[in-house]
Design a protein around this ligand. Structure first.
Ligand code: KG4
Ligand code: ZN
Length: 369
């Protein structure tokens, strides 16, 4: 089965052709990075306009890479939640038009749930020969602990199957990627902050315990997370406490320029250590409490989201999995950030489960769970 996936929830326009839920025959992503760089964040109106310009070329590129024609497509899956309404509308309109004109099923996919499927896609991508096999052998992974860490979402899930998800914990304020991006701005790093902060933390000589930043625990058994206090601690470590100096409207003690490059590198490494520790702490608790949520023991850890491109997070979660004797699935870095292959992959399972949409499918700003 060949499923065309379409993704336009934020600032990436993407299309992909996926066979039987895992084989990525063609994958195309147009990033809007350069358009939003000067604002150090995504500007919704600019994003929607850029999606309109990119959607047809991206679709054509994915089909071309897959050496596939539209007539061969069996279904169209589209990320319709969560995201920016104007951005979602572009992908959704394209998907509806294609599904209707090709007379194939339309599937509405939750973007956050799709991130948790990304690790099950096969790599390398593009130009794979079509096999047209029919089986989708996924059962070995489930039930699983799902960990999604992205720019907009950070949450833990009990995964009974690709389409059966229960959220068991989530951030109560910033997503971890958002905290990374803001931390990078505090350190004066260019947009997009997360990858740049990661790179700075890995420079030779980086000292990750120069400041012991807080790791929020919330309640004793809580599976929720919080990153806003960590971010504020970094702000104070860089600028000093507000009200005690003369810099800026809040009267900080220092400016960013007063901090040496070595100190910024060490602060970046210390921040990253604390942020990753928070995820590992909550993942550990979730594994300890797994039998409260599931009748069967956990069989794997499935991860996804842009921040899974982070070197320290990948290493630390792999370490946790090793100590628990569990397999861990980390998406290829190209599938950590937003892409349409994960939408097509999960869409294939939704179609098998009878979860079809119709032309009334609407964009929704929030995740389903
Ligand atoms: O999943 P994604 O592409 O978009 C959302 O669905 O939110 O995630 C983007 C986020 C951004 O916050 C970006 O800074 C972060 O992922 N990110 C990273 C790294 N690569 C991307 N954060 C830390 N380290 C990285 N290497
Ligand atoms: Zn995403």
């Amino acid at each position: 089965m060949l499923v065309l996936g379409i993704e336009s929830s934020c600032d990436e326009t993407a299309a992909a052709i996926v066979e039987d839920g895992t084989r990525v025959l063609g994958n195309s992503v147009a990033s809007q990075f350069s358009l939003h760089e000067e604002y150090a964040g995504v500007v919704p109106e600019i994003a929607s306009r850029a999606h309109v310009q990119a959607i047809v070329p991206v679709l054509n590129e994915a089909l071309h890479k897959a050496r596939c024609s539209l007539e061969e497509i069996d279904a169209v899956a589209v990320g319709h939640r969560p995201g920016l309404i104007g951005s979602l509308l572009v992908g959704l309109s394209a998907a509806k038009a294609l599904a209707w004109s090709l007379d194939v099923p339309l599937i509405g996919v939750d973007h956050v749930h799709a991130h948790l499927y990304a690790g099950l896609l096969e790599t390398p991508v593009d130009g794979m020969e079509k096999k047209r096999s029919t089986s989708i052998a996924m059962d070995a992974h489930y039930p699983a602990l799902g960990i999604v860490v992205s720019g907009g979402h950070t949450a833990l899930y009990l995964l009974g199957s690709p389409t059966d998800l229960i959220r068991i914990g989530s951030t109560i304020d910033d997503a971890m990627g958002e905290a990374f991006d803001k931390a990078a701005t505090i350190l004066g790093l260019p947009y997009p902050g997360g990858p740049n902060l990661d790179a700075l933390s890995q420079l030779p000589g980086a000292h990750d315990s120069v400041v012991r930043f807080p790791v929020s625990r919330l309640g004793k058994d809580s599976l929720d997370m919080s990153f806003s206090g960590l971010k504020t601690s970094l702000l104070y470590a860089v600028r000093g406490h507000p009200g005690k100096g003369s810099h800026g409207p809040q009267g900080y003690e220092r400016t960013q320029a007063d901090v040496s490059d070595e100190r910024k590198r060490d602060l970046a490494a210390s921040f990253q250590k604390a942020a990753v520790e928070a995820i590992v702490l909550k993942a550990t608790r979730a594994l300890d409490r797994f039998d409260e949520f599931s009748d069967s023991p956990c069989r794997s850890i499935l991860t996804g989201g842009g921040v899974l491109a982070n070197s320290r997070l990948r290493y630390s979660l792999s370490d946790l999995a090793r100590t628990r004797n569990l397999p861990i699935v980390l998406p290829d870095r190209s599938f950590c950030t937003d892409n349409a292959a994960m939408i097509a992959g999960l869409g294939t399972h939704m179609l098998s489960a009878g979860l079809r949409a119709d032309l009334s499918l609407s964009p929704v700003p929030t995740t389903a769970c």
